[in-house]
Design a protein around this ligand. Structure first.
Ligand SMILES: Nc1ncnc2c1ncn2[C@@H]1O[C@H](COP(=O)(O)OP(=O)(O)OP(=O)(O)O)[C@@H](O)[C@H]1O
Length: 383
């Protein structure tokens, strides 16, 4: 669990607690090290699905590999089930094979020259559980049954489809009875439709087996659809940790707002003190906007953030009244038909705004429109 300062506190209900992890790949003494991860802290509560999300190079894989024990950080601490598996200060490092984890790699790591059942049983024959398990084949077949592959146990692994290979990789990982599954972009090699189907399957297996999961992706839709909690990373640091709905509806920074979904960001040059209801008035290039605030503090700078689907669009007709509070006018630059809606780009006061309208809305390029922002879904993000 996180405390008020956002740092994790060790608790018996957490499968993993990562605290202040810092790693640089430049090890030479005196080198001007830049950190691949720089003070990363988060936790994975027991049975939950937690996703590390961020752009390429932000440090997701480095973090996952530190948790797996495949990389060693220079600072910080990692606990699993209440025990330290890494502690830079105490010079403790537990080897990957002795950590209660199983990893599902991007390529699934399936052996083409083996039958499905032998692939599934591989860690029981060769891993840390090797000597403990006698009824290896029986256990592997039982697990294959549970993921719907029982009838394919004696096929060659190469005869499986992409989706079946994922199930096999999942079954093999679960056979190790890990505390936590570590998944490194396991859906990235599949086409969009199959990816959407398999992510639901992945989530339902994870829930069914009650195993905790730490998942890495740069795909924000995948992160929102799958996770109990999303850890958004940027430049080696954590930007925000929250449930998917809060990440989307209440981004804490312009980076999170922009990276997750589609967001309009209006630069702010002055902002009022918070009012009794917590809202602020932010002066922007499109006028003064009343909006909710993500923080207690205010000041100059920052952005007002509003999602395209939260903007109401009206055509401006002859004799239309002047824009009211939280409204501004603009000219339609482009109007794209997306099946269920139109995506409009509207130019006003030197900036462009993206807004959605219903499919039949007659907003051709060149038409003047009024855009109305709802204070409940418009947020001020301090700079
Ligand atoms: N073995 C390595 N040696 C040197 N630098 C590395 C190494 N692995 C990663 N880095 C650097 O560390 C930073 C973080 O990389 P990392 O692979 O963790 O990011 P990522 O968020 O997983 O990116 P991607 O989504 O592209 O896989 C990057 O700047 C990367 O270039």
């Amino acid at each position: 669990m996180n405390n008020a300062a956002g740092a994790p506190e060790a608790a018996s209900t957490d499968s993993i607690v990562v605290s202040a992890l810092r790693k640089s790949y430049e090890r030479a003494p005196g080198s001007d090290a830049t950190y691949a991860i720089d003070g990363v802290s988060f936790d994975v509560p027991q049975g939950q699905f937690v996703t590390l999300l961020g752009p390429s190079g932000c440090g997701k894989t480095t973090t996952l590999r530190c948790v797996a024990g495949l990389e060693q950080a220079q600072e910080g601490r990692i606990e699993m089930g209440g025990q330290a598996v890494f502690d830079a200060a105490g010079k403790r490092f537990v080897r990957p094979e002795d950590r209660p984890i199983a990893m599902v790699p991007q390529s699934y790591g399936i052996w083409p020259h083996m039958k499905v059942v032998d692939n599934a049983a591989f860690p029981l024959r060769h891993g840390r559980n090797r000597r403990k398990v006698k009824d290896v084949r029986e256990r592997a077949v039982r697990m294959l049954d549970q993921v719907g592959l029982g009838a394919m146990a004696d096929r060659w692994a190469t005869q499986l489809s992409g989706g079946q290979q994922q199930r096999l990789a999942f079954a093999r990982a679960l056979l190790c009875e890990p505390e936590v599954l570590l998944l490194d972009e396991p859906l990235s090699n599949l086409d969009a439709k199959l990816r959407a189907k398999l992510r639901q399957e992945l989530r339902s297996f994870q829930e069914q087996f009650g195993v905790s999961a730490l998942y890495v992706t740069h795909d924000q839709a995948e992160a929102l659809a799958l996770s109990d909690k999303v850890v958004v990373m940027n430049h080696g640091r954590v930007e925000q940790i929250d449930a998917p709905e809060r990440i989307y509806d209440r981004p804490r920074s312009a980076f999170v707002a922009d990276f997750i979904g589609s967001a309009n960001l209006f630069a702010v040059h002055d902002v009022s003190q918070p009012r009794a209801d917590g809202s602020v008035v932010a002066k922007t290039e499109v006028g003064a906007l009343v909006c909710g605030s993500s923080s207690d503090g205010t000041g100059d700078g920052g952005f007002v953030c509003v999602r395209p689907e939260n903007i109401a669009v009206r055509l401006v007709d002859d004799g239309a009244p002047e824009p009211a509070d939280n409204e501004f006018r603009g000219t339609v630059l482009s109007s794209e038909f997306l099946g269920d809606r139109l995506e409009l780009v509207v130019r006003s006061a030197g900036t462009t705004t993206k807004a959605f309208a219903r499919s039949g809305f007659g907003a051709r390029p060149g038409r003047e429109v009024t855009l109305k922002l709802d204070p409940a879904t418009t947020r001020y993000l301090p700079g």
